[in-house]
Design a protein around this ligand. Structure first.
Ligand SMILES: Nc1ncnc2c1ncn2[C@@H]1O[C@H](COP(=O)(O)OP(=O)(O)O)[C@@H](O)[C@H]1O
Ligand SMILES: [Mg+2]
Length: 475
């Protein structure tokens, strides 16, 4: 068996040694740490890789020792980031000095920095979080991390060193926001300090090991011109939606997960005139409105003892007492839908929200189901009437197979006919335009030729909008 010093020495001289066998002091979980990561293997020379391997073993042991010594204090949310960092750095210096090996000053510095990042930071996630092209990070297992770039998923090449390492990072992430994940509460939804949203789920619920999903919060949210640039909507549709918001239509943005609902909601909210009082209600603050007169409310999950929950529904009810001109609800997914519809029907028009559904018709059906979740024994017909009279417009978003997100329908809610809510598409996505040479959809939203009734409202309110030219542009 080789000692660490021998391995390091060998690595410096380029000699090949058999794989390191962890010494007794190293826990089983750290064994895999010496495997070079895919990206390192690609970018570095063989010597660099071996040097890195040798350092990895030292690193694994130092991390273990560090955790043995400082234990749970690492997740102590009463320590500031800076205090924790100083504390860990001091402890690490001591640990590295105890290692029987000679490191150059630079190696020592890098080693301590690496361990510090692993211990305090988010390990391999750090780099992905810092990469502005990465919009979503999906950890399917400690050795399988996928990322989304420009709407497309691909393996990241990064990996944790073990399930334990991954668990530590998860504990750290959720611990810092005052939550915890363990056998008794094996799934958690939380928001990082930078606004990114995370979901963690651990065994036994996650059968093949812990899983973590991070939806990154971009520094600057996409604005209307970005969405037009991406082909999500045409400039004409953007102008139409602007007019719809000004005209105080009640709007629902519908789409699947990650289709860009919240992003579009943010853009729609930006169309609200600056002199109106806006109350936003979200599970985790994502909206970033530029207006000044905004009150932001965020729901709160139950604490570790199961107390203190404040639901979206309670916030919606409360918002009605806050004299809002507009209520913007991040997403309706439960009983709050009833309160939202009632608000829309009782003078709080111009409200906007999103909902998870795959078509405008599906959105209506889903809304019905959500209202039933409010627990009021309402007959279905009554619910449909509420829906039909509350909602004016549904905007459907779809994530296409080319990775782009497009508005695939702008649909008006006309009213009731017998037992059904009548919908009328005003604009739909033109799939018939086919694909370009890069496999991207060429189409955009085209008019169905039907004049939406809400345009009457534009005239009443003196909102200038040239529907004819928009209808012709698409035709
Ligand atoms: N129109 C768009 N085109 C391309 N990417 C988008 C678009 N809208 C949103 N995104 C990106 O897609 C991801 C999910 O967006 P989000 O609005 O949070 O979706 P949802 O609320 O439907 O889950 C984010 O990373 C966001 O930056
Ligand atoms: Mg969303």
């Amino acid at each position: 068996m080789t000692t660490l010093s021998q391995r390091l020495q060998a690595a410096r001289s380029g000699e090949v040694l058999p794989p390191a066998v962890p010494s007794a002091g190293v826990e089983a979980g750290a064994q895999t740490i010496h495997e070079p990561s895919v990206s390192a293997a690609e970018s570095a020379t063989a010597t660099d890789v071996r040097l890195a391997e040798g350092l990895q073993v030292v690193k694994a042991r130092a991390v273990e020792t560090l955790f043995d010594r400082i234990g749970v204090r690492i997740n102590d949310s009463s320590l500031t980031e800076e205090q924790l960092r100083l504390f860990v750095r001091a402890e690490l210096s001591r640990i590295v000095d105890e290692e029987p090996l000679s490191l150059t000053t630079e190696e020592r510095r890098r080693l301590i920095q690496d361990i510090e990042d692993d211990a305090l930071g988010l390990g391999p996630l750090q780099r992905l979080l810092a990469d502005p092209e990465v919009t979503e990070i999906m950890v399917n297992g400690w050795d399988r991390i996928y990322v989304e770039r420009f709407g497309k998923l691909s393996p990241s090449g990064a990996r944790f060193s073990s399930e334990e390492h991954l668990r530590r990072v998860i504990d750290r992430i959720v611990g810092r926001v005052g939550r915890r994940v363990d056998e008794s509460s094996p799934l958690v939804d939380a928001r990082l300090s930078d606004g990114s949203r995370i979901n963690a789920i651990i065994p036994p619920l996650a059968v093949d090991g812990s899983s973590l999903t991070i939806r990154k919060f971009s520094d600057t949210p996409f604005g209307v011109s970005d969405l037009v640039g991406f082909g999500t909507m045409t400039k004409g549709i953007a102008e139409l939606l602007h007019a719809c918001v000004q005209a105080r239509l009640n709007i629902l943005v519908s789409g699947g997960t990650g289709t860009g609902k919240t992003t579009l909601l943010n853009v729609l909210s930006s169309f609200i005139p600056g002199d109106e009082r806006i109350v936003t209600i979200e599970d985790a603050v994502e909206l970033r409105l530029q207006q000044e007169h905004v009150v932001r409310l965020e729901s709160r999950p139950a604490n570790i003892e199961g107390r203190g929950e404040v639901s979206i529904r309670e916030l919606v009810r409360n918002s009605l007492r806050m004299r809002p001109d507009r209520i913007v609800v991040g997403e309706v997914r439960g009983g709050e839908s009833l309160d939202m519809l009632q608000a829309m029907n009782t003078g709080h028009d111009g409200s906007i929200s999103t909902l998870h559904a795959n078509s405008p018709r599906d959105a209506i059906a889903r809304l019905e189901t959500l209202v039933l979740m409010a627990g009021m024994e309402l007959p279905v017909r009554a619910i449909r009437e509420q829906v039909a009279s509350a909602v004016d417009l549904i905007i459907q978003l779809t994530r296409m197979r080319d990775g782009s997100r497009r508005i695939t329908a702008v649909t008006e809610v006309i009213g009731m006919e017998n037992e059904t809510v009548v919908l009328q598409d005003a604009f739909v996505f033109d799939y018939a335009a086919g694909l370009d040479v890069h496999g991207r959809f060429r189409g955009s939203q085209v008019s169905t030729g039907i004049r939406p009734r809400f345009t009457d409202k534009f005239e009443e309110l003196g909102i200038k909008f040239n529907l004819d030219s928009l209808q012709q542009a698409g035709a």
